[in-house]
Design a protein around this ligand. Structure first.
Ligand SMILES: *[C@@H]1O[C@H](CO)[C@@H](O)[C@H](O)[C@H]1NC(C)=O
Ligand SMILES: *[C@@H]1O[C@H](CO)[C@@H](O)[C@H](O)[C@H]1NC(C)=O
Ligand SMILES: *[C@@H]1O[C@H](CO)[C@@H](O)[C@H](O)[C@H]1NC(C)=O
Ligand SMILES: *[C@@H]1O[C@H](CO)[C@@H](O)[C@H](O)[C@H]1NC(C)=O
Ligand SMILES: *[C@@H]1O[C@H](CO)[C@@H](O)[C@H](O)[C@H]1NC(C)=O
Length: 401
């Protein structure tokens, strides 16, 4: 009995260690670069970039991209860009299917969730893709809501496999789905000033409105996918002394830092972890200006390595624009000193005092567990996997006890 229990514990620990090792070894990928080596997919590749799906793919782990060649892409010519985004997001499966796994499907069939479904754009079960493995090795893909006349898209070949991060497979034709092909209504006109001034973010709206360059950049992006994190009025008030000290250039950068040029529904934020780049990244070519978006249970946190802010309310959410109120002003590591991981037994009263980082609004937020990636070479999401695996092992041990 005791021996059996011990054995289970040993396995749990071994699995956790294996997962940690795998996570640390895992590499990030760039779908644009992967496809660039294959000119027959240049149109597909171009559209992934234009629809910003390339960015979504690179942020994810464990993904399968169903690519079609240039001639098959012609069937998309008459669609608008937002509709093409929906259709192509159906070709991004949020699970890993290498050619080996496809050919060994149990019961010969499965259904996979796609990014169309995962982003919340698709109603009901549309956005699932049925995969069927036929005798003789032929494999078909068809969207679950495809009508009876639709022909399945056939597996052609494996283009690139990085187990179990990303698999790129060629399929014969664009998947047909009436939901994905439905015209996407143009975004309703949004008066940004009015939206931001409603609740929570009056002060931040004032800062944006006072900086013509920033306002123009944000206003121009809002129709093409924008997520704006606006610090609540109290956070802006607490940060003002420090803000006033910044140069004009740094003020512009820090305001742009709150704008992510992609649309994230709250559901997507909650189901995803990873780095996001910002409008500040685009404005200063050699600077990073990114931060780590994580979810802890139902809470979405933004870790800049200087401050850890959290989404506290949705101010507005209508694709392609989402505005969320956040608890703290986001301080980029490019402008403020990185807060090092706290000592094992932190003294709450005296820490993080530095010349550049002296506003008192963020000295109580470091929960310790999000600092795993400090100074490590591994990308943050991978480090977090490792942490999760370790936590799972601890949980397993506790269950055994
Ligand atoms: C991905 O690769 C493309 C082409 O090589 C490059 O232009 C782009 O900057 C890369 N993106 C990232 C995020 O590294
Ligand atoms: C996809 O699979 C589901 C469940 O097996 C089935 O109900 C549905 O009809 C399938 N759709 C298509 C288009 O084959
Ligand atoms: C947006 O709203 C603000 C405040 O309500 C108003 O002053 C401004 O004129 C509006 N702008 C446009 C373009 O309608
Ligand atoms: C913001 O963008 C809208 C178009 O979406 C435009 O009509 C409006 O004039 C812009 N506002 C400002 C102040 O530039
Ligand atoms: C602003 O800068 C001055 C001069 O460098 C410094 O003495 C002061 O502490 C700074 N204040 C804040 C709030 O950063």
């Amino acid at each position: 009995m005791a021996a059996a229990r011990l054995w289970v514990v040993a396995v749990a620990v071994a699995v956790a260690v294996a997962v940690m090792a795998a996570a640390v070894e895992g590499k990030s990928y760039n779908i644009t670069k992967i496809l660039a080596a294959h000119p027959e997919f240049s149109k597909f590749n171009e559209m992934l970039s234009k629809t910003r799906l390339a960015y979504d793919i690179n942020r994810r782990q464990t993904i399968t991209v169903l690519a079609v060649d240039n001639s098959a892409m012609a069937s998309l010519d008459h669609f608008t860009l937002p509709t093409i985004r929906h259709i192509l997001s159906l070709h991004i499966l949020v699970d890993y299917y290498g050619s080996k796994k496809l050919h060994a499907l149990s019961h010969g069939a499965t259904a996979s969730s796609s990014m169309f479904q995962a982003t919340g754009s698709a109603p009901g079960t549309t956005g699932y893709v049925n995969i069927t493995s036929h005798k003789g090795g032929k494999i078909d893909f068809i969207s679950e809501d495809a009508d009876e006349s639709a022909k399945p898209s056939r597996y052609v070949k494996s283009v690139k496999e990085i187990p179990y991060d990303i698999s790129v497979l060629q399929v014969s034709s664009v998947l047909s789905s009436s939901e994905a092909e439905a015209p996407v209504p143009p975004p309703a006109p949004v008066n940004l000033t009015e939206l931001l001034s409603k609740k929570y973010c009056k002060s931040f709206a004032g800062l944006l409105a006072a900086n013509a360059d920033v306002f123009r950049a944000v206003n121009e992006t809002k129709d093409n996918g924008l997520t704006l994190f606006c610090p609540v009025d109290a956070a802006v008030a607490a940060f003002m002394p420090s803000y006033k000290n910044l140069t004009a250039k740094a003020k512009t950068a820090i305001l742009l830092y709150h704008a992510v040029p992609d649309y994230f529904s709250l559901q997507l934020l909650k189901s995803n972890n990873g780095m996001v780049t910002t409008l500040a990244t685009a404005s200063e070519s050699k600077k990073d200006y990114s931060y780590d978006v994580q979810n802890k249970g139902e809470t979405v946190t933004l870790d800049t390595r200087v401050v850890n802010s959290a989404v506290t309310a949705t101010v507005g959410d209508a694709e392609p624009l989402a505005v969320y109120a956040v608890t703290k002003f986001l301080k980029p590591k490019e402008l403020y000193k990185v807060v090092e991981a706290p000592a094992p037994a932190p003294e709450p009263s005296k820490k993080h005092k530095s010349a550049a980082d002296d506003s008192s609004d963020d000295s109580s937020d470091d929960s310790g567990d999000v600092k795993a990636h400090k100074g490590a070479a591994a990308p943050a999401p991978l480090a977090r996997w490792a942490t999760a695996a370790a936590a799972a092992a601890v949980a397993a041990l506790m269950l055994m006890a």
